[in-house]
Design a protein around this ligand. Structure first.
Ligand SMILES: [Zn+2]
Length: 130
């Protein structure tokens, strides 16, 4: 997970006005890393975790925008352009490294990852809202 903080000086906005861009890494013709186990692709894991994170953020009142909602290729240039155009408060890029374990293959583990990311984001905004 890579979190880039932008507009940090804008600390007095309400959470409801916060826009988080969720950038599911890779997609389409760009598979990202391939797990040695079962051929699991990073693009699939990144999208799944991103969708779960999107649900968690929206449930608690954040505005969100996903750079991709399906298995399509999005150029790095387009991802950056969107982030700048929408003047997001936070840009979260979701990636997953290939490793010799099967944990990321499970929905339960992906949900845990999404929840951990959600908590990190919520904590960040709590801190800058103080
Ligand atoms: Zn990646």
């Amino acid at each position: 997970m890579i979190i880039n903080f932008i507009n940090q000086s804008d600390a007095d906005s309400k959470k409801q006005e916060r826009l988080v861009i969720i950038d599911a890494g890779h997609g389409g013709s760009d598979p990202g890393a391939t797990s040695p186990i079962k051929g699991l692709l990073e693009r699939e894991v990144a999208l799944d975790v991103s969708r779960k994170l999107n649900v968690l953020l929206k449930e608690t009142g954040f505005k969100t925008y996903m750079t991709r909602e399906n298995d399509v290729a999005v150029s790095l240039r387009d991802r950056v352009t969107v982030a700048n155009k929408l003047e997001a408060d936070l840009f979260v890029s979701v990636h997953a490294n290939a490793a010799m374990n099967t944990r990321l293959a499970t929905q339960e583990y992906r949900q845990l990852v999404a929840e951990a990311m959600f908590r990190a984001i919520a904590t960040y905004f709590e801190e800058i809202n103080k």
